[in-house]
Design a protein around this ligand. Structure first.
Ligand code: H53
Length: 824
């Protein structure tokens, strides 16, 4: 087949053809949605050529491959990204214009693929982008949820309301290829029997129970400046049993389709918790369904290459994105021992050379533990295998050190009632390498979370790979004006795939002309966001104000509560100022966004407080518009693309030692936004790269947090005097009246009676000081511009290309595939 041409006439012809032949629409009566879809199909055709070529190249070369197993991929929209990666955006813009449409309008028709909660899922998407760009033989595996992360509405009382995200609505999804021929059976429940195989050996066998089917859907992931195109294979659950005619004929219509519905429910919804375990049976089934289908597929591909099992680790690397896919460890052991007939030790040697595990959190509430009775019920054979893995591991530990306390501490089984399987420990024992996601976090992983494992295995098994973000989506696509200025200044777009090139901007940091251009672009991006806010929320904000943004999941450890308490403090101070004094005030727009887990009461109260404060502040004419508060509902990837380029300051203010890395911090700084942040996660490395004079850092250090908590436990919390004033104003009903004030009682109690676990009071004064410094610095436009330029210039290290290369070299041991050569 002749390759698709990228001239205007061919593109227009393709779009019209898809309108008629794929969508069955009359070309003279097309709406935006139809033209978006036809355009998407035409782009998909072009991507498909690269996809096929890449897969063929990998097939021919048959190198070692890596599989990235992640329960979440927060991809966002695909069309704009594909147009940029294929470098055809301009010609497409003109083509659809000729057809009477505006490309930017069409892009808005696409629904986000929001198959993730937050940082972990977005990181997976950034790594797939980098792997495709770097031509690595890497595939992602995930689940094709019918409902992505819920849609968030904010009601008129300021509360979060959740609505289902049925993203695969009747319009279909042009960005996936259903693979009707790629299906596997997945088993649940049942019992374990002993069977004699053809060699006369006695083997365990998992019998009975229920079975569902996993069907593959492939999502192409375009690379940049390459013919390569990556792939994420998502599994959907289907029923193995077709329509039940007996029930149907009996008139029991519900029952006739019940099996089908039950099976399909398995991959119906994404669990909406970020950094928090829920422990529901359906979630455990999702996790097993996911790893079972993925491993069957990986093994099927491996077997086609006619290699022996002993070569499996030389052909296959599997990265576990957090503990969610950890059942892959006992599952591979089961396949090798029960089905393939390997002896236990040979199988375990293979398993432990295949898997590697990324830890993304040290928060106790996020560490997955599954109850033993539940696991025994759903996965009886796996439970036995986990017991055996644990037994052999503990025997080895005991040989080295017979301290009973140690055995208890490292046991994969927690001796609680009921017993629990500690998934993170299983992941450590079954993997050859464990990595944290930022330097401080990896340190805490070694010295606290897995301390005993480090003394058993030695420190080499535990490494750090600091997270990275893709510059394609997060600068090249989201900030076209800055992209063009950088490209013009650096003399080409080599930087898009070699982000260290941004260093070249350093020499323009003091150049007044360059500063003016730079700040003008920032202003333009702020105008764009201000227009969005006006159009969608009917709030007027002045783009010349300082834009101060905190957008991320709402969680106590991220301390959005501290931010809004600081806003109240600012508001009360403004009220006290004379007209003369006000002239000296830097006007601010404080912008929040983010979803709370539906069952997370305290986080939902924080949202309510922010909206209640916004209501009062935004309607108070006496403060001369010097402060505005905006809550952007339904924060998602597409909104981030508008929000991130518009920040002057963004806040990353987690209690030290709680945010593993953070990745939105990187996105803001890459776009010339300064950070107000704590000494936590990747903020620290960002400071090291851009220079401490270009970041506002404050707060208790991680190694002091435990002491303060201890102090508070025995001596109570000493509430900061400024904070006291703020809390009193909430309690007195200044925000929302006396009835609303009582609603905030439980929230305020988290600081007082609760023991202020996240150290808001302890950090409050330093936080306010840092905010003062921000205000002062912003008054000097040239100094600010210089900092902003140096921020972007220093961000080379945080490219997902660097991070993915580190995974490839230090963990996966894979090399890029030569796609161009294979294509000839
Ligand atoms: O993973 C991000 C980190 C971030 C961390 C986040 C995360 C989740 O989004 C969900 C579960 C989990 O264990 C960790 O909170 O700090 O940047 C990617 O590594």
């Amino acid at each position: 087949m002749a390759p698709k041409k990228n001239d205007k006439a061919s593109i227009k012809k393709d779009i019209v053809q898809h309108s008629v032949e794929t969508l069955c629409r009359n070309p003279y009566n097309l709406d935006k949605l139809a033209v978006y879809q036809a355009t998407a199909y035409s782009v998909r055709d072009r991507l498909l050529e690269d996809w096929n070529m890449t897969q063929e190249a990998i097939h021919k070369e048959n190198p070692k491959r890596c599989y990235y197993l992640s329960m979440e991929f927060l991809i966002g929209r695909a069309l704009d990204n594909a147009l940029h990666c294929l470098e055809v955006k301009d010609v497409y813009k003109e083509s659809v214009k000729d057809l009477g449409f505006n490309l930017e309008d069409l892009l808005q028709q696409e629904r986000d693929a929001a198959l993730g909660n937050g940082g972990l899922g977005r990181l997976a998407a950034c790594y797939m982008d980098a792997a495709a760009t770097l031509d690595y033989p890497t595939w992602g595996y995930g689940l094709r949820y019918q409902y992505g992360i819920f849609k968030q509405l904010i009601n008129s009382d300021g509360y979060q309301i959740e609505m289902p995200d049925y993203w695969l609505d009747s319009n279909g999804n042009p960005w996936e290829f259903p693979r009707n021929d790629v299906r596997y059976e997945v088993q649940f429940y049942g019992y374990v029997a002993t069977k004699v195989n053809e060699k006369g050996e006695s083997r365990m066998s998992w019998e009975g129970g229920d079975r569902v089917q996993a069907m593959a859907y492939d999502v192409p992931i375009p690379g940049f400046d390459t013919k390569g195109c990556g792939n994420i294979r998502l599994w959907a659950s289907k029923s193995l049993k077709t329509f039940d005619f007996a029930s149907f004929n009996d008139g029991d219509y519900d029952r006739s389709v019940a099996d089908q519905k039950n099976a399909e429910n398995l991959t119906s919804v994404l669990y909406p918790n970020d950094n928090h375990l829920v422990g529901k049976e359906l979630r455990l089934k999702q996790e097993y369904f996911f790893v079972s289908a993925s491993l069957q597929d990986i093994i099927h591909r491996f077997k086609r290459s006619n290699c022996a099992w002993k070569d499996f680790p030389d052909k296959v690397a599997v990265q576990l994105n957090d503990t969610h896919p950890t059942l892959a460890i006992p599952e591979l052991q089961r396949i090798l021992v029960d089905i393939e007939g390997l002896d236990w030790d040979a199988a375990w040697d293979i398993v432990t050379r295949v898997f590697a595990f990324t830890n993304h959190t040290v928060l106790p509430e996020a560490l997955e533990c599954w109850s033993v009775p539940m696991m025994e019920h759903i996965l009886p054979r796996h439970m036995q295998i986990v017991y055996d893995i644990n037994l052999f591991f503990l025997q080895k530990v005991e040989k080295m050190n017979s301290d009973r306390g140690l055995l208890n501490r490292v046991s994969i089984i927690e001796e609680s009632n009921p017993q629990q399987v500690r998934m993170a420990y299983l992941a450590v024992v079954g993997s050859h390498t464990v990595n944290g996601v930022a330097a401080l976090h990896s340190d805490l992983v070694k010295t606290e979370l897995f301390k005993d494992f480090v003394s058993y295995y030695g420190p080499e098994k535990f490494i750090n790979i600091t997270n990275g973000i893709t510059p394609r989506r997060w600068l090249y696509q989201a900030n076209p004006d800055l992209r063009d200025l950088i490209t013009e200044t650096l003399g080409g777009n080599h930087w898009v795939t070699h982000l260290d090139d941004l260093k070249g901007l350093t020499k323009y940091a003091d150049d007044a002309d360059f500063q003016a251009k730079w700040m003008n672009i920032k202003l333009k991006n702020k105008v764009r966001l201000a227009s969005w806010i006006k159009a969608n929320l009917d709030i007027t904000v002045d783009p010349r104000s300082l834009f101060d943004i905190q957008v991320k999941r709402i969680h106590e450890y991220k301390r959005q509560f501290m931010n809004i308490l600081g806003v109240i403090y600012r508001y009360k101070n403004l009220q006290l100022l004379s007209a003369e004094e006000r002239k000296d005030v830097t006007p601010r727009v404080v912008i929040f966004g983010g979803k709370s887990a539906p069952g997370y009461y305290v986080a939902k109260m924080v949202i309510k407080l922010i909206n209640t404060v916004a209501q009062v502040v935004n309607n108070d004419d006496s403060i001369d518009g010097l402060l505005k508060v905006v809550y952007i509902p339904d924060y998602n990837v597409s909104l981030a693309e508008i929000i991130v380029p518009a920040s002057d300051i963004s806040q990353h203010i987690s209690t030290a030692g709680t945010e593993a890395a953070g990745t939105s911090n990187m996105k803001f700084v890459l776009n010339g936004g300064l950070i107000l942040g704590t000494v936590d996660g990747a903020n620290i490395e960002i400071r090291d790269e851009i220079g401490e004079e270009n970041i506002f850092m404050f707060g208790t250090l991680a190694d002091k947090v435990a002491d303060i908590r201890h102090q508070q436990k025995y001596h109570g919390v000493e509430i900061d005097p400024n904070l006291q004033v703020v809390l009193q104003s909430i309690q007195s009903g200044e925000f929302g009246g006396p009835e609303t004030a009582s609603v905030f009682g439980p929230l305020i109690n988290t600081l007082t009676y609760g023991g202020d676990y996240y150290l808001i009071s302890a950090d409050f004064e330093k936080y306010l000081d840092a905010q003062d410094k921000v205000d002062e610095t912003y008054k000097d436009t040239a100094a600010w511009a210089k900092k902003s330029i140096l921020c972007t210039a220093g961000m080379g290290f945080f490219s997902s290309d660097r991070a993915t290369r580190e995974y490839a070299d230090k963990i996966w041991n894979i090399k890029p595939v030569n796609i161009k050569e294979a294509a000839v």
